[in-house]
Write a protein of this length. Structure first.
Length: 256
């Protein structure tokens, strides 16, 4: 996926993205970070074709994103939004079956292939034993897994996750992030996600895109780009960058 000089503004005319250039590498986890209002979720909305840039374009597998038909894009790019809505009494399995809609015609029955892929998605996300459970009885982390399972059922090579750990306690945050890493390692997915926690971004990303005021300030391998100066430039805070044999690289706030 290539992001080529995109600029974007909502109807309020305030420019949210300014001449953004980047490349999302196949088979990697790319994480977008930055303070509130930096353009993280706006960039994600453009990457998933929910919004189209006024300037520039995005190419996915060599084709402009805006030229994809909806079903064609849904077979290529899976998306889990920050806020997801479904009837509370809907079961996990029924939700996951919605991921097969791009491959179906109206009122088409489930095929054997659909059943196999839904079973695979449930197994990947550890929800096979909870297939008949209503969504509103699940924990926040389990619900997030269910939405990821639905996206997996689309059988796309790309997966976009907008703040997948928001509103989750620390156990489920790392539970979801371990799943993301597993999907990269075992399924070869290319994953783009937005995170707020810097140390989680460092630990679970191959590439970090650091944004501020609608621009990419720095992009690259976390171990190479995450410095005290970058944290000051992005967030306006003083930190120390530490390295530990067990923990690896991490950020420690100073004077807080």
């Amino acid at each position: 996926m290539d992001i080529k000089g995109i600029s974007f503004a909502y109807q309020d005319k305030v420019m949210r993205l300014h001449d953004v250039h980047a490349q999302i590498k196949k088979g990697e986890i790319t994480t977008i970070i930055g303070p509130n209002g930096s353009g993280k979720s706006t960039l994600m909305s453009v990457l998933t074709n929910n919004n189209q840039p006024q300037i520039g374009h995005i190419t996915l597998n060599g084709k402009k994103l805006m030229n994809y038909k909806p079903k064609e894009l849904a077979k290529t790019l899976g998306v889990v939004h920050q806020h997801n809505i479904a009837p509370p009494d809907m079961t996990v399995e029924k939700l996951v079956y919605y991921g097969r809609l791009p491959y179906k015609n109206t009122f088409s029955p489930h095929s054997e292939e659909d059943e196999e892929i839904v079973e695979w998605a449930l197994t990947c996300t550890g929800l096979a034993e909870r297939r008949d459970v209503p969504l509103d009885t699940l924990s926040g982390g389990q619900q997030q897994r269910a939405w990821i399972a639905m996206a997996l059922a689309q059988r796309t090579p790309y997966l976009c996750l907008d703040e997948p750990t928001s509103n989750l306690d620390i156990y489920y945050q790392y539970d979801i992030l371990k799943l993301v890493k597993q999907l990269r390692d075992e399924q070869g997915l290319t994953i783009v996600m937005v995170l707020h926690d810097i140390n989680q971004a460092i630990q679970y990303s191959d590439t970090i895109i650091a944004m501020r005021q609608g621009k990419i300030i720095k992009m690259g391998n976390p171990k190479q780009i995450m410095t005290e100066q970058l944290m000051q430039d992005i967030y306006g805070v003083d930190v120390a960058v530490r390295h530990d044999e067990e923990l690896g690289m991490y950020i420690l706030p100073l004077g807080v």
